[in-house]
Design a protein around this ligand. Structure first.
Ligand code: 13P
Ligand code: SF4
Length: 329
């Protein structure tokens, strides 16, 4: 029985009834034929208990092929929506429904639809960090892993609208020579990194390579040695011999970097305001082990997508998955 007070809160607010939460999660998972998928920005313990940890593209690809009955998406709401659209018959859970995304929120579907109408002869490319309703007015979805290649799969003179991230859009424009019309949105975490503090760190660690996510401001991207999705940043660090890396993205990725590269030193890029934990996504971090356990126990909160919206949103998502498969991504 799902309590009204939980519905108001958006998660199961109950004291955990087990001493061994890891064992209890694994037991429930088995009993219910559930899988746990986690984004690299989740707390380390959630990443460690997940069946799969990945970036936004890999999570969507995994969701599309799983035969589990329940999919627990330890990430944010748009990731749960994408999984639900791809697997309408499965139960898709995000342990805390309040796990939103400032970037997705910067692009309300009704305003984006008007923007699209104002550019009638344009192809609409949307970052996966959007609501299902925004995807429903999109021609093709991209993630930070495949955005460049998908944009380049269109003829050079194709008129393109790109939303919602102006930083990712500017970056793609700069590396492809395109002139896409950009929606003016951004992620509150990636906008925070301080160029001055990164330069100071470089003085302290002269051999350090700067790894930046393309959602960062262009001043940060310009001083980076490598720009890529969370998975690409991790792979880059694995392949290089340098000892030190300054990482300009949400600091959750450092967990997997440290796990996979035990002899290397990963330094989180500092935000402008050194008194806050602004390089942590407060939405991503709403998911906890307790909420994960309770969400599996009660099979709630469930992600629901209006079927009329899902019917439209599935096409640009599938198009992305098809192009990515052809590109071997
Ligand atoms: P990737 O998962 O594509 O690296 O994007 C990061 C992000 O901001 C997810 O919200
Ligand atoms: Fe959204 Fe930024 Fe959090 Fe990623 S880090 S989920 S883009 S708010």
């Amino acid at each position: 029985m799902i309590k009204e007070s939980w519905k108001n809160k958006g998660y199961v607010d109950e004291v955990v009834d087990t001493d061994n939460i890891k064992e209890a999660i694994n037991k429930l998972k088995k009993e219910k034929n559930a899988v746990i998928l986690a984004h690299y920005y989740q707390e380390g313990e959630i990443q460690d208990i997940a069946d799969f940890v990945g970036d936004s593209l890999a999570l969507a690809q995994w969701a599309a092929k799983t035969d589990a009955d329940i999919l627990v998406m330890c990430g944010v709401h748009f990731m749960g929506e994408t999984a639900k659209i791809l697997c309408p018959d499965k139960k898709v859970i995000v342990p805390d429904l309040n796990a939103g995304c400032s970037l997705a929120d910067s692009c309300p579907a009704d305003r984006f639809a008007r923007f699209v109408e104002e550019h009638p002869d344009h192809t609409v490319i949307s970052y996966v960090n959007t609501s299902a309703a925004t995807k429903a007015v999109t021609d093709v979805v991209v993630t930070s892993t495949n955005a460049r290649q998908i944009v380049e799969s269109f003829p050079e003179d194709e008129k393109i609208i790109f939303g919602p991230d102006r930083n990712l859009g500017n970056y793609i424009n700069s590396v492809t020579g395109r002139n896409m019309v950009l929606w003016d949105g951004a992620c509150h975490v990636h906008e925070q990194f301080s160029v001055e503090k990164i330069i100071e760190l470089k003085k302290q660690y002269p051999d350090a390579l700067v790894l930046a996510h393309p959602e960062c401001k262009s001043v940060v991207v310009k001083l980076a040695d490598f720009v890529g999705s969370t998975a690409a940043l991790l792979n880059y660090a694995k392949k290089h011999d340098n000892k030190n890396y300054i990482v300009a993205t949400e600091s959750g990725i450092l967990h997997e970097m440290r796990k996979q590269c035990k002899d290397k030193n990963f330094i989180p890029a500092p935000p402008e305001d050194s008194t806050c934990a602004c390089n942590e996504c407060n939405f991503m971090r709403l998911n906890t082990m307790a909420k994960l356990y309770n969400s599996l126990k009660y099979e709630w909160p469930l992600i629901e997508v209006d079927p009329s919206v899902a019917e439209k949103a599935i096409n640009p998502i599938k198009r992305m998955l098809d192009i990515s498969a052809k590109l071997g991504l």
